[in-house]
Every structure is written in structure tokens, then in C-alpha cells.
Design a protein around this ligand. Structure first.
Ligand code: HEM
Length: 141
């Protein structure tokens, strides 16, 4: 089946990752890896420690982003992804670290390679927007 059709339509991506439990597990791996592996220390250091909502916020956001229920909006209200990152120093290095960490988390989930490839391509889009926004915030200062 055409990959774009398979994953880009309705809630197909959300279903393919295992719905809300799957997204929650994925985000759990993402945070566990980021907080424990030396190579992600740079992006881990950007995260406020002891924020018990961080995992919940990312997981809820990704549910809707994958075509599932709007769980972030339901609990936390509207969000602009570049906006919530604008105060952070995110360069190419941090952007790529975030994506690499998510890639590792996706591989632990044992998804189809086509799904992993699709998600990595799609995640690169907001990651790039965040990077551009943070660069702009720096040059506007
Ligand atoms: C480009 C590299 C990225 C870095 C370095 C980064 C870093 C961060 C940091 C430090 C926070 C604050 C966490 C906290 O308050 O505990 C955050 C929040 C968040 N990030 Fe990212 N992030 C990146 C990319 C992304 C992408 C691509 C997405 C979505 C696909 C995303 C979604 C979120 C969400 C939903 C939140 C919670 C925002 C809120 O409710 O305040 N991030 N990120």
C-alpha cells in the first residue's frame, strides 16, 4: 500500500503506533533515553527538572499530531509548537539530537520500518520549524 495513504490518512498513524498506550510508551522511552544517555545531555539540560507534566504534555500533543484525539487541547488548551520552544536555545545540533533520540525510542517500539521512516520524515518538519523560530528569536534579540 502507498505509504502516504497508509499513514497520512484519518487516524491511521495513531492506530499504527498503538493508540494512546503506544504513544505514552514511546514518549516514556524518549524521556528515559534522553535523561540517561550521555549523548543527549545537551537537550536534556534544556528540560526543567522535576516537571511531572513533561511526558504527559508531549504524549498528549503527539496523539492529535498523529490524527488521534485532541488530548493536549482538552487538558492544557491551544498550543503553538514553535511558540512554546521560542525561549530555548535550539540550534541544528539540538534539533538533530531530539530527532536522534526519538528515532532510538521508535526503534525500541519495534514498529514497521516504513512507519519509523514515515514518522521521522514527519517529525523533521516541526523540528525544523522550531529550529528556525529559535534562530529568529536569537537574531531579533
Ligand atoms: C527540535 C528539538 C526540540 C527540543 C530541543 C525540544 C525541547 C523541549 C523542551 C526543553 C521542552 C520543555 C519541557 C518541559 O517544560 O518540561 C519542550 C516541550 C515540548 N515539546 Fe519540544 N523540543 C524539540 C522538538 C519538539 C518537537 C518536534 C515536538 C513535536 C512534534 C515537540 C513537542 C513539545 C511539546 C508538546 C512540549 C510541551 C509544551 C508545553 O506544554 O509547554 N518538541 N520541548
Amino acid at each position: 500500500m502507498n505509504e502516504q495513504l497508509k499513514y497520512g490518512v484519518a487516524d491511521n498513524t495513531f492506530q499504527a503506533v498503538g493508540g494512546q498506550p503506544g504513544v505514552t510508551q514511546l514518549v516514556g522511552h524518549f524521556y528515559d533515553i534522553m535523561s540517561s544517555e550521555q549523548e543527549y545531555l545537551g537537550i536534556w539540560n534544556l528540560h526543567p527538572k522535576g516537571n511531572v507534566e513533561s511526558r504527559d504534555r508531549l504524549a498528549r500533543f503527539l496523539c492529535a499530531w498523529m490524527g488521534g484525539p485532541r488530548l493536549y487541547k482538552e487538558k492544557y488548551g491551544p498550543i503553538s509548537i514553535p511558540g512554546v520552544h521560542a525561549h530555548l536555545t535550539i540550534g541544528e545540533y539540538e534539533r538533530d539530537q531530539w530527532l536522534a533520540c526519538m528515532h532510538k525510542a521508535l526503534l525500541i517500539m519495534d514498529y514497521d520500518q516504513a512507519l519509523v521512516d514515515y514518522l521521522m520524515r514527519q517529525l523533521a518538519v516541526p523540528a525544523e520549524r522550531i529550529f528556525q523560530r529559535c534562530q529568529k528569536a536569537l537574531t531579533d534579540k
